[in-house]
Design a protein around this ligand. Structure first.
Ligand SMILES: [Zn+2]
Length: 404
């Protein structure tokens, strides 16, 4: 029998409940939740952990990160050898786990090598779901990229035309992609494409969707404008990344199609504050102002239309330390329990792991955090680089334990 751990004396924050509930005990066996009960659990061989009335909740899920993106200015990635980006990714991933994120969804850059390194214990980090590799050619580069091994080249893939998109999607999935990421509008960090530009033709998007679906995967689309969101919805994309400039009509369509939004407001605040000091150029900073305005409003629109919104951070380079500030930023328009759900159950739905991730129900992975206080009353308890987390567990393994 695998090792058992029995948690006692905690307030349970199960996202579906909507409030803290006392009087439970939780039994883990190996990497899985075996039992949760309001009556004492008999497990004589289990290691007992007295939680001292702290709040026990599922480990957090960030549905939009870039594990290897260790520069704020995308171009600077060109100066990094793969060994250095991997070393930096290791630091970034450990910091995520230290903040209580036991699962993250990488939306561009991380590959199966890093994922495997985590799974085999060579790198300490959260469970990692990957997309593989976006267009980041220089303006001076007119053809394909040279196949040199710098960080920028590594994180990028360019596909023009239906056949190339098809081929590239297949290649990413062959390389272990859990989802296929496509860029359907201009971006902030990408300097040359206007925010309202539309990218990929209908046929190209449809090809990506067809290939992803055939392989048992799905397409997530980077999209800011209402028009880009509408096209994505019409063509079978499953999740919209960012979505800051969404309007009622595009939201209505998303709701009809059963789509998800992965919002990431914190990155725009962080870029406004500090991106210039890390070399982000004026064009990007100007675009950032525009999407920053739309952030909170996009959450209100999604709420109105019943679109599930996942927790994302999307922080590049040294801005990654702000990962947990998204909790506090959203409070202005969303209730704490809904924000907690965005970082647990909704993230799990996007990853197609409901019941296994984002919950402490039997059968779930033993991914849990113990919070010194009630996050429903104070979401800032999930901040400060994990300072208010007495215990962090991933797959039954205690990454952190300040209890005795
Ligand atoms: Zn991103």
């Amino acid at each position: 029998m695998s090792q058992q751990i029995l948690f006692k004396n905690f307030e349970l924050l199960e996202p579906s409940f909507g409030e803290l509930r006392g009087g439970y005990q939780l039994l883990l066996e190996g990497d899985t939740v075996k039992e949760i009960s309001e009556t004492p659990i008999k497990a004589t061989d289990a290691t007992v952990i007295d939680c001292g009335k702290r709040t026990l909740m599922p480990g957090l899920i960030d549905s939009h990160v870039h594990a290897i993106h260790s520069e704020v200015n995308v171009r600077f990635m060109e100066m990094l050898p793969l060994t250095l980006i991997t070393a930096r990714a290791a630091t970034r991933l450990r910091a995520m786990l230290d903040r209580g994120f036991t699962t993250v969804r990488d939306t561009g850059g991380a590959d199966w090598g890093i994922k495997t390194a985590i799974e085999t214990g060579h790198i300490v980090g959260p469970r990692l779901y990957i997309a593989g590799h976006s267009d980041s050619r220089r303006r001076t580069n007119r053809g394909g990229e040279c196949a040199c091994c710098n960080g920028l080249q590594f994180k990028s893939a360019v596909a023009d035309g239906v056949d190339e998109v098809r081929k590239s999607a297949r290649e990413q999935m062959r390389q272990g992609a859990d989802h296929v990421k496509i860029m359907m509008s201009g971006g902030v960090a990408s300097p040359y494409d206007p925010l309202d530009s539309l990218q990929f033709s209908d046929g190209e998007v449809a090809a990506a969707v067809e290939e992803a679906t055939a392989f048992g995967r799905y397409v997530c689309a980077h999209a800011y404008s209402a028009e880009a969101i509408t096209r994505a919805a019409r063509l079978g994309v499953r999740t919209i990344e960012h979505g800051n400039l969404i309007d009622d009509a595009s939201a209505k369509l998303m709701a009809e199609k059963g789509m998800y939004l992965v919002a990431n407001l914190v990155t725009y605040y962080a870029m406004k504050d500090r991106a210039a000091q890390y070399g982000m150029i004026g064009e990007s900073l100007a675009k950032n102002e525009i999407v920053l305005q739309g952030g909170l409003k996009s959450l209100e629109i999604c709420k109105h239309h019943g679109i599930p919104v996942a927790y994302g951070s999307d922080l590049l380079g040294e801005l990654h330390w702000d990962q947990s500030k998204e909790f506090v930023i959203r409070q202005e328009v969303v209730s704490p329990i809904e924000i907690i759900r965005s970082a647990t159950t909704i993230g799990a739905e996007i990853l197609r792991m409901p019941g296994r991730l984002g919950t402490l129900q039997p059968g779930a992975f033993a991914d849990a955090i113990l919070v010194d206080g009630n996050p429903l009353k104070d979401l800032a308890l999930l901040g400060d680089q994990g300072k208010h987390l007495s215990l962090i567990m991933k797959a039954g393994f205690l990454h952190k334990n300040l209890l005795n």
